[in-house]
Write a protein that binds this ligand. Sequence first.
Ligand SMILES: *Cc1c(COP(=O)(O)O)cnc(C)c1O
Length: 392
Amino acid sequence: MSNKHKPNEETRLIHSDYVPPQGFVGLSTPVHHASTVVFGSAHAYRARREHIHEGYVYGLTGTPTTLALAQRIADLEGGYRAVLTPSGLSAITLVLLACLKQGDHVLVADNVYIPTRDFCMKLLTDLGVETTFYDPLIGQDIAALMRENTRLIWAESPGSITMEVQDIPSIAQIAHARGALVAIDNTWSAGLYFKPFARGCDISVQAVTKYIGGHADLMLGAATASNETLYRRIRDTASMLGLGAAPDDCFLALRGLPTLTTRLRQHQTSALAVATWLKQRPEIKKILHPAFTDCPGHNIWRRDFSGASGLFSVILQDKYSETAVDRMLDSLRYFKIGASWGGPVSLALPLDPHQVRTATPWREVGQLLRFSIGLEDPADLIADLEEGLARL
Ligand SMILES: *Cc1c(COP(=O)(O)O)cnc(C)c1O
């Protein structure tokens, strides 16, 4: 097209002279939206596949906003590079699909996030992948469950309902000796309090929805790999599945990062205060919080973790019925009833592990309550619980 021709208004509204400003420096990462990514030449476009893992190719594979967040999460986890997905669950299923194929066997912790279990039981089974659930406290005895075709061990530590802390270094040692990979759902630690790659994991997944997002207003997932080969396998699978992350959501997650340590410190302090108070209450039988000795794997938490977040469970005395527990939960003022966790508002949920455990049947009779301790004044939360327990 000749540069002498002056475009009409319709065209001018589409082709602006905007170039990203050179001299402007703000403190936040700008939001770059794109489906089309413009190439400098036809030749560069022809060669795009060679650059799919480095440069910008298409909106779905990343804009400067999404790739900046991916790298910052990979750095937080202590891994090589990360792939972002539209939710934590899609990061989990992405990793399972990238690592497993027909005829393979996967070992999955029995305390795993329930949708992870469902995916293994239904979709992976249909695809010809066999799942064995294992006792999360199994440690090096996992060797006995390894088969010729075991390609992956999936861990979640602590398990997000029953809170068992897993001996990841022992599991990783066995897995690697047999040529299998270890992937972990590291959402509870937010990547701050547990460094999965330093403990032998090959892949770490986080629901960015939870603590990194931190405000209960976005959905996002991240899968971080330990090395280039694994990263490419996950990246390529994400491309085939058409998974990407929205720049606006990534902006919100990037905005969560500078306050992550401060927020988590407060979640930790407040959760410890609430759990310590609950521990001396006669209505409570057990505190399932990794920092408490009641919690299975407490010693491993002390060895491998540098802190605790705000999510924990309790088991009530056997005598309280479901109806009584529901009445108590309904009466709480600051604790809201709803899924997810990691936000500023405290949450309380009744959860029933009896319905899901298979390798390690849940033998507790008392009702299990899970708390996500938010950023309210812990004294108010305790007062709220004190009134609630009185109604039991
Ligand atoms: C919430 C959660 C997920 C899934 O995250 P979404 O973003 O809600 O899909 C995965 N793992 C654990 C442990 C979770 O609690």
